[in-house]
Design a protein around this ligand. Structure first.
Ligand code: SF4
Ligand code: SF4
Length: 124
């Protein structure tokens, strides 16, 4: 059973309650399809300019997270009803945040949760 932490962006914290992220984790689809079994360790919200994200990742690890996923909307955009990789999603610095989280925690920090853009598969 892999314990998974999720970090989402503040930009949609009042419009998306992570329904898709949680459903995909529970059903092990989309960004979570590689896991044989998975459970949610916790969810945190990043706040601009992202200075809090390393601390959030450390806390998720301390709470048992073995892997951290950042929500798909950080790096993908919805265009004409389809999620695509073009553009930066909500966060133009998501790669930098992921690197900082990996360095600080030593656990895998992965791009993607729900509704992955066509052609993208997370490397787990
Ligand atoms: S990835 Fe989708 S379901 Fe998850 S927080 Fe972003 S918009 Fe909501
Ligand atoms: S730094 Fe990026 S992920 Fe964090 S709140 Fe700002 S836009 Fe969202």
């Amino acid at each position: 059973m892999t314990k998974i932490g999720i970090i989402r962006c503040e930009k949609n914290e009042t419009t998306c309650p992570l329904t898709g992220c949680i459903t995909c984790l529970e059903q092990r689809t989309q960004g979570f399809k590689s896991y044989d079994a998975a459970t949610l360790a916790g969810i945190f919200t990043c706040r601009c300019p992202g200075d809090n994200v390393v601390n959030l990742a450390k806390i998720l690890k301390a709470k048992g997270a073995e892997v951290i996923h950042v929500a798909t909307c950080l790096f993908a955009n919805k265009v004409d009803g389809k999620w695509v990789l073009e553009g930066d999603g909500f966060c133009e610095k998501h790669e930098q945040l992921l690197s900082q989280m990996r360095e600080a925690t030593g656990i895998p920090c992965i791009k993607g949760t729900a509704h992955l853009p066509e052609g993208y598969s997370p490397e787990i």
